[in-house]
Design a protein around this ligand. Structure first.
Ligand code: GDP
Length: 479
């Protein structure tokens, strides 16, 4: 990470002597061949109004996981993947259960349902895949590697209770993830049910029913009597058609780990949602730091299957280790490829984590402290006018992490601060940092409303100073 003044000058297209002279004027002695670190280089560059950009480092994992371009002609329609979200007790589990029990796929006699994180149901002649984990854990965890697990979110709101805190949280998460929302107004069998009130309340969050002039689908349902549920399923299929969900089944499989565990008898078991391609028994696979060969696959009815195509959830046996939920599973051509993938993953993620937290602690100590809650986390969203500044800010901010507070950039990007940024900040309790950008009007009013802290800067080190101060605030509570 070090460079000489001469190298810096070359990058800045300046005479090295000029930089040395300038430093000398400030009482700092340097020679042209003297090595300086990145911070110093950044500081020097800033004096000439140049924002330093760290050299692009190749993210090996990102490279490995890179999506190859698909030919349009290879793509065929795939079932939608749906998650159910909403406030506690509004009926998410009941709804999932009702649908599962009434719309079983051609289950063979003796098939015992098992929880593999998701299940497929048959609606007319088509299929819909439901993620089994109620709540947004389902796709927040999945977004770790930028992969999207869900196409459609069914937002369950009890008609006798209306919009509640977790309803709003669910909306924010779905919006932040760019997921289509269908509202299921549940418990319409109850005497106190008021569908219109729910519609009214949700307009505040940008979900306006079609019959009220908006574009959000609202379906009144009862998870108890089953009323309206077929209609809800039809609306899911309709939305899927509009989204034109497609995948290529004839390629090496890629999937997302929904859950994984170590089973005494079976060894490592990963519940995987296949997203592209087809996974076969016998395929070589890698998944995070684990690798192996598919020994057997089971569907949600405990039946052995030989293949699993796009949008299909399966239990996969044969990995040599238990992967994390949210990891991407890839099928590889050879055993060696799979092992290499896993090995690269291990070394890369360790160095990346260490680098990101810039911590002197061991990995194990870090994890246990986070778990105990003695390590605090400061979440930031960074927006800037150019990618270089986003990266520069991220790098500098991440370096502020210390033994007690870890700085985490939960989102970074180019462009003005938008409503989505504010929503994400509100949902994650994050601070928004804008560098040479401003919030747009909706973002601003939303930030005021939600109490989201937006800070605007034109100089990088001022941003750094402020965040440093904020971290001190986290250490010493102000009464
Ligand atoms: P979750 O916390 O969102 O998963 O909610 P549950 O599915 O556990 O439901 C909470 C309670 O509401 C349970 O006692 C259910 O029996 C009840 N419930 C769920 N859906 C309905 C419904 O449509 N009508 C009525 N009357 N009760 C319901």
């Amino acid at each position: 990470e070090k460079m000489t003044i001469r190298e810096l000058a070359e990058k800045m297209k300046m005479q090295p002597s000029e930089i040395v002279k300038n430093l000398f004027m400030k009482g700092e002695m340097y020679t042209v061949n003297q090595e300086i670190d990145y911070e110093k280089a950044e500081e020097i560059a800033l004096e000439y109004d140049i924002i330093a950009e760290p050299e692009e480092k190749v993210d090996v994992i990102a490279e490995l996981l890179k999506e190859d371009e698909e030919d349009e002609k290879d793509l065929v329609p795939r079932p939608p993947v749906v998650c159910v979200m909403g406030h506690v007790d509004h009926g998410k589990t009941s709804l999932l259960d009702y649908i599962r029990n009434t719309h079983v796929t051609d289950r063979e006699a003796g098939g015992i349902t098992q929880n593999i994180g998701a299940y497929s149901v048959k609606v007319r002649d088509r299929k819909v895949t439901f993620l089994d984990t109620p709540g947004h854990e389902a796709f927040t965890a999945m977004r770790m590697r930028g992969a999207k697990s869900t196409d459609i979110a069914v937002l369950v709101v009890a008609a006798d209770d209306g919009v509640m805190p977790q309803t709003i949280e669910a909306i924010n998460h779905a919006k932040a993830a760019g997921i289509e929302i269908i509202v299921a107004v549940n418990k319409i069998d109850k005497p106190g049910a008021n569908v219109d009130r729910v519609k009214q309340e949700l307009t505040e969050y940008g979900l306006v029913a079609e019959d009220w002039g908006g574009s959000t689908i609202f379906v009144p349902v009862s998870a108890k009597t089953g009323e309206g549920i077929d209609n809800l399923l039809d609306m899911i299929l309709l939305t899927a058609d509009i989204l034109e969900l497609k995948a290529n089944p004839n390629r090496k499989a890629r999937g997302l780990v929904l859950e994984a565990k170590l089973d005494k008898g079976k060894g490592p078991v990963a519940n995987v949602l296949i997203q592209k391609g087809t996974l076969h028994v016998g395929d070589y696979i890698a998944c995070g730091s684990a690798s192996g060969k598919v020994r057997a696959m089971m569907d949600e009815n405990s039946r052995r299957v030989k293949t699993a195509g796009p949008s299909t959830p399966v239990e996969v046996l044969g990995l040599n280790d238990v992967p994390n939920a949210g990891e991407v599973l890839v099928a590889t051509d050879t055993d060696k490829d799979a092992k290499n993938f896993a090995a690269t993953f291990i070394s890369e993620s360790k160095s990346k984590l260490l680098e990101d937290t810039k911590s002197r602690m061991s990995l194990d100590a870090l994890f246990s402290q986070i778990q105990e809650g003695s390590l605090k986390e400061l979440d930031l969203i960074v927006k800037a006018d150019v990618q270089g500044s986003v990266e520069a800010l991220k790098q500098s901010l991440l370096k502020l992490s210390n033994d007690e507070v870890v700085v985490k950039i939960i989102h970074g990007g180019v462009g003005s601060i938008t409503e989505t940024d504010v929503t994400l900040a509100a949902a994650s309790n994050a601070i928004v940092i804008g560098f040479n950008v401003r919030p747009d009007a909706t973002a601003k009013s939303m930030a005021d409303q939600e109490g989201v802290d937006i800070r605007l800067y034109k100089v990088i080190y001022q941003a750094i100073d402020d965040i440093e101060a904020a971290m001190k605030g986290m250490l010493e509570p102000i009464y």
